[in-house]
Design a protein around this ligand. Structure first.
Ligand code: SF4
Length: 329
């Protein structure tokens, strides 16, 4: 659940502060495939039970990214501060070279979302010799995995990656709360290389937290939008919007409606979302977001002291907000 009301915090204020569109729309997680699949085979993988079987994943590899799709993708990317690849790039390069070329041609547009344990080893040749996106949002390493590595060699590999593709964060999943030698070594490496370091508890205890933080993102799988990693991974997971008919204004209402399942009962019962809105109040979409700036630069909305106003044909018409709460309190 994204929503966790804290003691003495008004649920509506908490919702706006923590679940406003600024959080959701900052990063777009992207895949050239129609469903998420990884072949890194990490011991502590928390998504493998959801995967489409290896033999069937071919059904989710699109035949091409044609000109029309490219142009639609680039239009959508303009609305997000970051677009982060979630693909197993080794699999894309070997198994779908026609899609790999799209990444190679446009590598400057992307970040990598995250690399966990084995994926660091698996991606090392690519990220040091061939493919140089803008950065890696997060590398997650478990103590079990690190104990199987030569730590000096492994930190040397991280350094080589970091020289070409800056690593933003490292999360270390320790087995206990103790700061072990390997945790200290990693912390020191992060300090020396200006990478943020976080030591989290044992992996199983953090699965829910991990899902929650990932669920802040929207997932664009080739040409369909998904609400979370689970729906983007499973064969039965349903998309909530498509690239074909992308309209930035409708998209915001579609996204909020789709995310209703992530919210707690109070929000589900009291939040109204209006598809035919013409006003987005602050702080639902703050001015610092790229989505806000793009709506203005494209002439789709105008700034007011209280939020963004959209045109309804020739006039602005009566104010109808994107969302409001049913209860007065
Ligand atoms: S990289 Fe992530 S998704 Fe892939 S096997 Fe490892 S934990 Fe699972």
């Amino acid at each position: 659940m994204e929503f966790q009301s804290q003691e003495k915090t008004d649920p509506k204020t908490y919702f706006l502060k923590n679940n406003g569109l600024d959080r959701i729309l900052y990063n777009l997680d992207f895949s050239v495939l129609q469903k998420y699949r990884c072949f890194a085979n990490c011991k502590n993988c928390y998504t493998k039970d959801l995967w489409i079987p290896a033999k069937q994943i071919e059904n989710y590899i699109p035949a091409a990214i044609n000109e029309s799709l490219r142009s639609q993708l680039f239009k959508v990317f303009e609305y997000f501060d970051k677009v982060s690849i979630i693909d197993d790039l080794k699999f894309i390069k070997d198994g779908a070279p026609h899609l790999w070329s799209f990444y190679m041609e446009n590598q400057n547009l992307f970040y990598l979302s995250s690399l966990n344990d084995n994926a660091v080893l698996r991606h090392f040749p690519l990220l040091t010799q061939e493919f140089f996106p803008q950065g890696i949002n997060e590398i997650c390493l478990s103590e079990d995995f690190m104990n199987r590595q030569n730590s000096i060699e492994f930190l040397g590999m991280l350094e080589k990656i970091h020289q070409r593709v800056p690593i933003k964060n490292i999360t270390f999943y320790a087995r206990t709360d103790e700061m072990t030698t390997i945790a200290i070594q990693m912390h020191q490496w992060c300090l020396a290389n200006e990478v943020k370091f976080k030591s989290a508890g044992p992996v199983p205890n953090n699965i829910i937290q991990n899902w929650a933080s990932r669920s802040q993102s929207i997932f664009l799988m080739h040409d369909r939008f998904y609400n979370d990693l689970k729906t983007a991974t499973t064969a039965v997971g349903q998309s909530y919007a498509s690239l074909d008919d992308f309209d930035s204004r409708s998209f915001l209402a579609q996204t909020l409606n789709a995310r209703m399942v992530n919210y707690n009962q109070f929000i589900r019962q009291n939040l109204n979302v209006y598809v035919d809105y013409n006003f987005i109040p602050l702080p639902v979409l703050p001015p610092f977001t790229k989505f806000y700036k793009t709506l203005i630069s494209k002439g789709l909305a105008v700034e007011t002291k209280y939020g963004l106003l959209f045109h309804n044909s020739d006039s602005f018409g009566p104010i109808k907000p994107l969302m409001d709460f049913k209860t007065k309190e």
